[in-house]
Design a protein around this ligand. Sequence first.
Ligand code: 3NM
Length: 216
Amino acid sequence: MTGKKDLLAVLDFYLVTDSGLSKKGTLSDVQEAVAAGCRIVQYREKNKSTKEMVAEASQIKSICGADAIFLVNDRIDVALAVDADGVHIGQEDMPIDIARAILGADKIIGLTVHNISEAIEAERSGADYVGLSPIFDTATKSDAGTGIGTERIKDVKNAINIPVVAIGGINKQNCRSVIENGADSLVAISAVVCSDDVKRETQELIAVIKSASGRI
Ligand code: 3NM
């Protein structure tokens, strides 16, 4: 097991990059979030060439260093090219058993799920954590669908033994209820990368998450 898998148990805020929404650019966002104490970064890039992605992923990997898990969204080839810590995949991406066979046992694989049955299946097929989505309505992902609400988080958390990361429409105002309803960690893309001060926003989110989870 990679040392970084241990970090999955103590995640607070989870950064997902979005170069389309970012005010200061992906690398700056990662730098500021990691400096603020973020311990997991997912490079999610839909608008760049593979060559550009490999170069940027390599830089993000160095920023994450030993302190933060570095995952690549969807692109197993890019993750392998830079020896990332793992990938985050969706229900329509590479089947998880094949992703595991390609990446090996040490790498981290996160899977997006929308309900209890997908979460149970994700754990059974070897996911290291699930991303539960969307908690609230969001404009960041056009096909995300309607928010499932915070109550559903408890149901999913109680059904599985791997960490639950909440995503979709989360911000500083509603993040406390997300954690109080059982999420181990949460993603807030627009709330963070659209802010003027990514570091401060991340610090403030981490403070609320730690307080809500009793991890202070
Ligand atoms: N995936 P924001 S929602 C990347 O529902 C992503 O699977 C989602 O962005 C899903 O924090 C989403 O700005 C975007 O709402 C979340």
